[in-house]
Design a protein around this ligand. Structure first.
Ligand code: PLP
Length: 352
């Protein structure tokens, strides 16, 4: 870093995205992307939009907010969109946390939460998980902090039921509760309908996983209109054109093509259940996932890190976290059946 950067970033450690290596062609099971391409109408919408790239996009993203509102049976005033849900989360940390109002989130969860907390110099509390890696709802009651929970959680894949999140909302009526639903479409239940009952709930979603648009960068938030106005205030104070024309067109088409993504989601869930069984037969401990990945450890003599390197040398990328509590585990994205066949084959060879 240069000597000119502000002192307030001295202790900031930036987020490290999953690797995207280019040295060879890998089977990529490390960043939870969809293995399926966007639907044909998304491709057509993007290519149609290309000739208008000389014009700024709609800063209100009105057509996309309307489409999402219809999908979720809420009003367009309940929706805003971001350049990936990471941007929405950034706005939430910025809007609802400060010197007086700290933040709390699970100790093992999406790595970006602690990065945002450090970026904004927040007092943050990382709340431990139960021994089985589940989130204990009571631990989040009445903390007098903004609360952020990924549901399903990452990298565990475990989900809380809506009833448990409702209890967390009930016990934090004067604080914002942000539920990050990046993986909700793979078998968990969305809390989004609860925005009608709770003016302290922000439900955050992304087009990156279930909707095959990780490369387009599109996320959304649903909440009461007052909270959406807060987030839009930050949006218009940082980048009013945060969603480019191609992504807006892609997003609208992807919402209209919901059935295509629902079908793909079913395939991924079927494959996830098959992979879980295969891994367990081979001696892995596999947490019961409600996401498009599994979190698994091999009980035997080979470490998580070694397994990661052995798979990489065979052209298969998975995610390993250098953290003591989960160092034996690998997070493995669910790809196509063919990709997962290759994974299981490689693991059998390594463990032989
Ligand atoms: C992938 C992921 C995100 C970020 O998604 P983008 O919309 O691509 O920014 C947010 N939260 C969790 C828990 C994720 O796994």
């Amino acid at each position: 870093m240069s000597r000119f950067i502000s002192k307030r970033f001295d202790t900031l450690t930036e987020y490290v995205p999953g690797e995207q290596p280019t040295d060879m062609k890998y089977i990529k099971l490390n960043t939870n992307e969809s293995p399926f391409p966007p639907s044909p109408s998304v491709l057509a919408a993007v290519s149609n939009e290309a000739e208008r790239l000389n014009l700024y996009p709609d800063p209100d993203c009105a057509a996309l907010c309307r489409a999402l509102a219809q999908l979720f049976s809420v009003s367009p005033e309940n929706i805003t969109v971001g350049n990936g849900s990471d941007e929405i989360l950034n706005f939430c940390f910025s809007a609802y946390c400060d010197k007086e109002k700290g933040v709390a989130f699970p100790a093992i969860s999406y790595g970006f939460y602690s990065v945002f907390a450090e970026l904004y110099n927040l007092d943050y509390r990382a709340i431990g998980l139960a021994d089985d890696f589940s989130i204990v709802p009571e631990d989040y009651f009445g903390l007098d902090r903004t609360i952020v929970i990924a549901n399903p959680n990452a990298p565990t894949g475990l989900a809380l039921g809506v009833g448990d999140i409702r209890r967390i909302l009930e016990h934090n009526r004067e604080d914002i509760v942000i539920i990050d639903e990046a993986y909700v479409d793979f078998g968990a239940e969305s809390v989004l309908p609860l925005i009608r009952e709770y003016d302290n709930l922000v439900a955050v979603g992304t087009f990156s996983k279930f909707r095959s648009l990780a490369g387009a960068r599109l996320g959304y938030a649903a909440a009461v209109p007052e909270l959406i106005a807060d987030l839009n205030k930050l949006r218009f104070s940082t980048n009013p054109y945060n969603i480019n024309r191609a992504t807006l067109a892609a997003g609208i088409a992807a919402v209209r093509d919901n059935d295509y993504y629902v079908e793909n989601g079913k395939k991924i869930v079927r494959t996830r259940e098959w992979v879980t069984r295969q891994l367990r037969e081979m001696g892995f401990v596999v947490l019961p996932s409600k996401a498009n990945f599994v979190f698994a450890k091999y009980g035997g003599a080979i470490s998580g890190k070694q397994l990661y390197f052995e798979l990489k040398s065979r052209g298969i990328l998975v995610r390993h976290f250098d953290r003591q509590e989960i160092t034996d585990y690998l997070r493995i994205t669910i790809g196509t059946d063919e990709q997962m066949d290759a994974l299981i084959g490689a693991l059998r060879e390594i463990l032989r």
